[in-house]
Design a protein around this ligand. Structure first.
Ligand SMILES: NC(=O)c1ccc[n+]([C@@H]2O[C@H](COP(=O)([O-])OP(=O)(O)OC[C@H]3O[C@@H](n4cnc5c(N)ncnc54)[C@H](OP(=O)(O)O)[C@@H]3O)[C@@H](O)[C@H]2O)c1
Length: 277
């Protein structure tokens, strides 16, 4: 099986590095717009001369470009993609309908998280109606080399992406704020604060997954009535809901905006093509 990766930025390079553990360079094809990024992965894959030449050979094509670059890539590979190849878009916001406007084909979406770097991605996938059971098994087996795979319907991919793909960034920013605040009240060195907090986060997650405790139970176990923890959890339940609501309002709105902007761009490409005919 030949696996193609178009776009060797953050995601494309991560996929190539993970796949290269199991697949030889002969089976991994890559192309990127700028030569430097392509050169950086040339030790683990076969470098192609264009998107089109990659598409002529690949059984699975991972589209690892930003939404604004997707119409140009789809237009370029349109007539080169093998009839049985599977297209896989890494973007959760661009719809199957928009992609099919330029290139109607067997298409999946796969949203990995940065934790793929330690083999613990929870990769979300969804499929359009043309994808077969054999295609699904092939893609999911491939993605499992960097963690687990969760299948969602297309309409749930937005919130799903917030929960697993964006969440490492959300969590890191929340704990960054907590660490900075803690630093102002103690002589414990910053590095040690971060370390203590990370151990607490990891062990709390393990406690919950290993015992089946939910968040409320953990709160009740730690926050005894009238105690110190309860004084803190009261602040969180009092003030954090508005922040959480605003976070999802903004991220989901941004997602919808990206989907609409890309769909409009795809339509422009299709209309221009029709005008040329
Ligand atoms: N970053 C994440 O954590 C994450 C997680 C899940 C999904 N995603 C999605 O994955 C996609 C890629 O994100 P990213 O963070 O990897 O972006 P990125 O780092 O900007 O990489 C995009 C790459 O695409 C290349 N490219 C653009 N147009 C091209 C073309 N016509 N032919 C070949 N290569 C082309 C760019 O090349 P040059 O820079 O050399 O011009 C760049 O290397 C996005 O849709 C994003 O939403 C990202």
């Amino acid at each position: 099986m030949k696996i193609g990766v178009i776009g060797c930025g953050s995601m494309g390079t991560m996929l190539l590095r993970q796949f290269s553990v199991r697949y030889p360079a002969d089976d991994l094809l890559a192309f990127n717009r700028s030569a430097e990024k392509l050169q950086a992965v040339s030790d683990i894959c076969t470098v192609c001369g264009s998107c089109r030449s990659l598409a002529e050979q690949a059984d699975i094509i991972f589209l690892c470009v930003r939404p604004a670059d997707l119409p140009a890539v789809l237009t370029e590979i349109k007539d080169a993609v093998l009839p049985d190849a599977l297209l896989v878009s890494l973007n959760g916001s661009v719809t199957f309908e928009a992609i099919a406007g330029i290139l109607p084909h067997k298409t999946a979406k796969a949203i990995p998280s940065v934790t793929a770097e330690i083999g613990r991605s929870q990769t979300l996938v969804c499929y359009n109606e043309a994808v077969t059971e054999a295609d699904r098994q092939k893609l999911e087996a491939l993605l499992r080399c960097m963690g687990s795979v969760t299948v969602l319907p297309e309409r749930e991919l937005g919130m799903g992406s917030e929960l697993v793909s964006c969440m490492p960034g959300f969590l890191a920013s929340v704990f960054d704020v907590i660490c900075r605040e803690a630093e102002t009240h103690t002589a414990i060195p910053a590095e040690q604060i971060t370390d203590m907090l990370l151990q607490t986060v990891a062990s709390t997650a393990a406690l919950m997954t290993e015992t089946g405790m939910d968040f409320q139970e953990v709160v009740t176990r730690v926050a005894t009535k009238g105690g110190i923890t309860e004084a803190g959890t009261a602040v969180i339940y009092g003030q954090f809901p508005e922040t959480a609501a605003e976070l999802f309002r903004r991220t989901l709105a941004k997602r919808a905006q990206t989907a609409e902007k890309t769909a409009a761009l795809m339509r422009t490409y299709t209309e221009n093509k029709e005008m040329q005919l």
